[in-house]
Design a protein around this ligand. Sequence first.
Ligand code: GLV
Ligand code: MN
Ligand code: MN
Length: 420
Amino acid sequence: MPPSDRTELGRRCQRLIGALAAVTDDPHGVTRLYLSPAHKRATGLVADWMRTAGLTASIDALGTVRGHLDAASGPGAKRLLIGSHIDTVVNAGRYDGVLGVVAGILAVDELRRRRVALPFAIDVLAFGDEEGVRFPTTLASSSAIAGRLPPGALDLCDARKVSLREALVGFGLDPAQISAAAYDPAEVLGYLEVHIEQGPVLEHERLPLGIVTSIAGQTRLKATVLGEAGHAGTAPMNLRRDALAAAAEIMVMIETIGRAGAADSLVATVGQLSVSPGAVNVVPARVDFTLDVRAASDPPRLAALAEIRARSREIADRRHVGFVMEAYHESPTTPCSPRLAAAFAAGVERLGLTPRRLTSGAGHDGHAVHHLTEVGMLFVRCRGGISHNPMEYAEPEDMALAVEALIGAIEALAASIPAA
Ligand code: GLV
Ligand code: MN
Ligand code: MN
């Protein structure tokens, strides 16, 4: 096969991303939750693409598709990991995560077409649990490759009371093999990920690509407000213990704290809410909601969490309702590797572009992979900075540049390895 030019690379990115967008659990949009039937079909498709690109494809115990390319220098060489995720949020865009997997596969395919011999092996990884939407865990698949899947994660259940263990078995995987999914840190050279920016900076500065310096820390929590059910017609307003009215006041307080932290890129989101008993004529007795808090560095995030806890307690006491809040996921701010950033910068500069450095507000598999090896990330401009939304869009030309920059980074790393 001859090498692809930039236009052809962009077309190939778009074609593969379009094909994966058609693999969905919801015919009205792209929804591919971890270990769902659509995720299963997606793993098959990605494995086929990997084989076509000359990679040996397999799937690990957490459902990560792994495409392996041997080193030209023979056995015993280290592995460079390249990856991203193929799970999505509900009613997602088509680029979040998928672009990184497609870019990894196309970069390897191009290296082969261009007859580049590498002194290291490559594993392209398609993770399944980056979004953390189905189970009250997140980054299970990338944590497993770092040997850090939390004990007890297998017993966590989704909204239908299916445990992660049951879902893995239903998918055809063997939870007893989880420890075998972990890499030995000594055999790994680093981890590279291409991802849409999911923010407006690159578009604003008219730059197609950016190099990530750190990934913002995040805390995910579950909260419950407990009041008392009552008759909507007879319970006097001043005698009610309305769990939803209390939750509403707590949510507005959370938003106010988030807004006040703009200088630290603090953001606080209540994304899920369930009210019970949930009837038009019953005072709500119980509200469960989720909270996601992030900031560019750890101290403002931790300070905001402490303030949210204290003020929620005050609101709950004043309204005579119970309140509990529990964190179920915490990723500290993750620094990206200067060495891998320099490799991406070499790839970007080779294209005649400025290697703009920026931080990531979104979370990524790098949070977990960082415990195994150094992480490098390349961001790709996306229209309006929109993500987690069907409107998500990246230009084929920008995606082609990202694949070329990834190839450049791989070649820069190869050049930095002394000949055996
Ligand atoms: C993943 O996309 C996250 O940042 O929540
Ligand atoms: Mn993502
Ligand atoms: Mn996402």
